[in-house]
Write a protein that binds this ligand. Structure first.
Ligand SMILES: Cc1ncc(C[n+]2csc(CCOP(=O)(O)OP(=O)(O)O)c2C)c(N)n1
Length: 584
């Protein structure tokens, strides 16, 4: 935040909103105007510091703000009018809440005296979003706008990041007041703890040195903390195997011999095996999500737990921690490294590492090419990653293509992976990719989307075309709601109730792309895959949509069926791994 300043200038609430956004350094706002927020759009038109990107749907604005925040580390901003504009933001706000993404949503509200009268386009957005925001403000006085904006940005970006809503009444935007930038923020009770308690870190170090089967269970919090370097130091100092959750892919390189892969419902055998057979989980910025633990009562039954998280509410929420540590993961890990370096005792884990390395060799994640000559979705995604490289940013939708992206893209660098892990929001991909490209205009940004997800928010490609945001979207077209179809295959006797999208007939994705001002490409022969990716990579002056028509029946493996124990993991249909070497 820049130097506090106060001026006697009389500004309208709308002017002071725009000035406040400039003060906090918000350079991009994604939004759509409407009656209640209209006063704010007038001074925004004159701002030379804040670029407004006119989206096609408010959900797009919210996910774009998320994508922008994820790649820049700044707070993403979205703006909407009252009523339906605001309620269209509910999904991305919930999404940002689940995945700890710092965004500020600014909404117009009907005039103060009309609140509670069921006025035209009135919705109690503050009430609606209260449980899915870190905090929410209703501002009814022009003079209160600067403090609300300053506080919102501070709350969104500090501690555990998350969404904050600022709902401003139309009369507050229209009224005048002196512009007063707050010198200090008045946030009673809000004091995120970043520095861990040394006593607890000492306890953790003691448990680590005494363990025989420890695992570093690493979650998205380590990405948010920017602690990839510290994690590598800790892992290499101790030799402890690492598992990186869906949200943490890339924070520890996939190619590193100590990386056992992703745990959970579609996790790798060595990662799931490592957690299940561990005697100590060193949990860093992860939250024991049910997609990781499977049936909680049978999860990692023999393990003690060290749990470090910036949010005290996470600790012992799902699994009791033996050593709870509240703090920023970067500081926690750095302190652990210092402590462990100063002792001569190192955990004896040779046998354990050997066991897991062997599992890794015996159960690599793989796939087979379809026999009928059609495209393999896994192959397509793998080639996109190989031909583009680990430095690009990759967003995905939700479904099979998301899990294949998790398995087959090159996760070597932190912060390159954008997906909806907590809420599992179909429609996240296109707008999130758009926001990422705005944040990192010089990087390649791919969206890997499903034909179902794509049909939810593809209209933001119009925004991309008009605003000069050349993202690349791969539509993995398996003609169905693939992930749901997979469950129907496995658990509903292959009765495909309402999962056939008929995308072999309508829409024509190539024409749709062209109609939206993008380049449309298509591949249905395995021999065309590389050429089409090459072509997409060569275009940087327009958004590109590549449709890959893939085999309908490809499945995501490994899999732990919902509600069952991780011990029941299957590597293919009716095929369980053989857990050799059980002498551990
Ligand atoms: C908004 C929303 N509605 C419904 C779902 C439930 N759902 C999860 S995955 C999925 C299928 C996704 O299909 P598609 O985008 O074609 O991807 P695929 O699984 O085929 O790769 C559905 C319907 C969801 N996650 N989000």
């Amino acid at each position: 935040m820049s130097e506090p300043q106060s001026t006697a200038d009389q500004l309208t609430g709308a002017q002071s909103l725009v000035r406040s956004l400039e003060e906090v350094g918000a350079d991009v706002v994604f939004g759509i105007p409407g009656g209640a927020i209209l006063p704010a759009y007038d001074p925004l038109y004159d701002s030379t510091k804040v670029r407004h990107i006119l989206v096609r749907h408010e959900q797009g604005a919210g996910h774009a703000a998320e994508g922008y925040a994820m790649v820049t580390g700044k707070v993403g901003v979205c703006m909407a009018t009252s009523g339906p504009g605001a309620t269209n933001l509910v999904t991305p706000i919930a999404d940002a809440h689940m995945d700890s993404v710092p965004i500020v949503a600014i909404t117009g509200q009907v005039a103060g005296p009309s609140i509670g009268t069921d006025a035209f386009q009135e919705a109690d957005i503050r009430g609606i979003t209260m449980p899915i925001t870190k905090h929410s403000f209703l501002v009814t006085e022009a003079a209160d706008i600067p403090a609300a904006i300053a506080s919102a940005f501070h709350i969104a970006s500090t501690g555990r990041p998350g969404p904050v809503l600022v709902d401003i009444t139309k009369d507050a935007l229209q009224a005048s007041a002196g512009f007063e930038w707050p010198r200090t923020l008045d946030l009673p009770g809000y004091r995120p703890v970043t520095k861990p308690h040394t006593k607890q870190v000492r306890e953790a170090a003691k448990l680590i040195t005494a363990s025989r089967r420890p695992v570093l269970y690493v979650g998205g919090g380590v990405v948010k903390a920017g602690a990839a370097k510290e994690l590598k130091e800790l892992a290499e100092l101790t030799g402890i195997p690492v598992v990186t959750t869906l949200m943490a892919l890339g924070v520890f390189p996939d190619s590193h011999p100590q990386n056992m892969g992703m745990p959970g419902m579609h996790g790798t055998v060595p990662a799931v095996g490592a957690l299940q057979r561990s005697d100590l989980l060193i949990t860093l910025g992860a939250r024991f999500d049910d997609r990781v633990t499977g049936k909680l009562s049978s999860f990692a039954p023999g393990a003690k737990v060290i749990h470090a998280d910036i949010d005290p509410a996470e600790i012992s929420k799902n699994r009791t921690a033996d050593v709870p540590i509240v703090g920023d993961c970067k500081e926690v890990i750095a302190e652990l490294v210092t402590l462990l370096r100063s002792t001569d005792t190192h955990p004896e884990i040779g046998e354990w590492v050997h066991y897991l390395t062997d599992l890794k060799k015996r159960y690599p994640t793989g796939f087979e090419m379809p026999e009928d000559g059609s495209l393999s979705p896994q192959h397509v995604i793998k080639r996109i990653g190989e031909m583009t490289g680990p430095d690009a940013y990759y967003a995905s939708g939700v479904g099979q293509h998301q899990m294949w992206s998790a398995h087959y893209l090159p996760w070597e660098l932190p912060g390159r992976w954008l997906n909806s892990g907590g809420l599992g929001t179909m429609g996240y991909c296109v707008p999130a990719a758009m926001g990422a490209k705005v944040g990192k205009p010089d990087s390649v940004v791919w969206g890997i989307d499903g034909d179902g997800c794509f049909q939810m928010t593809n209209q933001e490609l119009v925004t991309c075309a008009l605003e000069g945001i050349p993202v690349k979207i791969a539509v993995i077209n398996n003609q169905s709601l693939g992930m749901v179809r997979q469950w129907q295959t496995l658990f509903y006797g292959s009765r495909y109730s309402n999962t056939d999208l008929k995308t072999n007939r309508v829409p024509d994705f190539q024409k749709l792309a062209e109609a939206m001002g993008c380049v449309g490409l298509r591949a249905e022969d395995p021999n065309d895959v590389d050429a089409v990716i090459d072509k997409a990579l060569s275009i940087d002056d327009a958004p590109v949509v590549v449709e890959f028509v893939v085999h309908k029946d490809a499945m995501v493996w490994p899999m732990v069926a919902a509600g069952t124990s991780n011990d029941e993991i299957k590597v293919a249909r009716d095929m369980a791994p053989i857990w050799d070497g059980e002498t551990l």
